[in-house]
Design a protein. Structure first.
Length: 305
């Protein structure tokens, strides 16, 4: 993913992401349905992509620790690792390293937490210390990212649990803001019904995207689904319009019987949260493996050394 979207190369051969490259790499989007734009990203011999059509994210540039306007591979891995961490999983790891139970950890403890989290991430797991074979990088992943932002220039400030959890929430909200801004290419504060459907399809299983897109472009509208609206209101505390319900049901009505294909719909929603996560081992087994690795690799005795 990093090499696919990276558009800048140094004289030494290191490839880097621009801020727009980073947004394209982490925000799954299609071109807005009523625009003439092409899908972002390119391979050899393909047309060079245009910029994402939304305001640059200052939030993303917190990951540019040396203020050169570019994102290195180590900074990118740090970014996607943070993006992939569910709040509950980070809380477990955080508390395991918070030996005095004071709700904060120091810089070295945090680096160990991030190493543990990266091991559960499909993009970070294969890169020891954030390095990648065949790709020139300047520094390990734990020496990049937000360490100065979290711990100060001298590295002596401790990170509060609540501060980091709020940072994770803000990071995910920024992704959603950028996605909405991409489809709201006229800057009018709304997106079209088809673009809303595209945002759902963008996170679908790659094997089903063509099928879902075919349904989307052939959409002529379906009947209102009161039960779905009622469930959304009761379970999620939100009120969705008849138009949005029609779109959801049309795209995910596999056998065209007027009923939602719930399995596929749920998989798509889960995909939006887990696309970059994908643990090596699911469920309880994965959690126990994580705990075992933690106990094996980090102990009070090692900390004193």
């Amino acid at each position: 993913v990093f090499e696919y979207f990276a558009s800048f190369k140094t004289p030494d051969g290191e490839v880097l992401l621009t801020p727009a490259d980073l947004m394209r790499a982490v925000v799954p989007v299609f071109p807005p349905s009523e625009s003439n734009r092409v899908r972002e990203g390119f391979l050899r011999r393909e047309t060079v992509p245009r910029e994402l059509h939304c305001a640059p994210s200052r939030f993303f540039m917190l990951f540019d620790t040396n203020s050169d306007g570019l994102i290195s591979f180590s900074e990118y891995i740090f970014f996607v690792t943070l993006l992939s961490i569910p709040e509950s999983s980070f809380s477990v790891a955080f508390k395991m390293f918070d030996l005095d139970n004071n709700g904060q950890i120091d810089r070295e403890e945090f680096k160990k937490v991030m190493g543990l989290m990266r091991a559960q991430n499909r993009q970070g797991a294969g890169h020891r210390d954030g390095r990648r074979f065949g790709l020139k990088v300047a520094e390990p992943v734990e020496n990049g990212g937000l360490l100065e932002y979290f711990f100060g220039k001298d590295g002596r400030t401790c990170l509060q649990h609540e501060r980091f959890v709020q940072f994770l929430r803000d990071l995910h909200e920024e992704i959603l803001r950028l996605e909405f801004a991409h489809y709201d290419y006229r800057s009018c504060g709304i997106v079209s019904a088809k673009d809303f459907a595209l945002s759902l399809v963008a996170s679908a299983d790659i094997r089903h995207i063509s099928k879902l897109l075919d349904r989307l472009w052939k959409s002529e509208g379906v009947s209102t689904k009161k039960d779905f609206q009622r469930a959304s209101s009761q379970l999620c505390g939100i009120s969705i319009t008849n138009n949005l319900v029609d779109i959801i049901f049309h795209v995910f009505d596999a056998n065209r019987d007027g009923n939602l294909s719930s399995d596929e719909f749920v998989r798509v929603l889960q995909g939006r949260e887990t696309a970059s996560r994908i643990p090596r081992e699911p469920g309880l087994k994965g959690l126990m493996s994580c705990c075992a690795n933690c106990a094996k690799n980090y102990s009070p005795a090692k900390r004193l050394l």
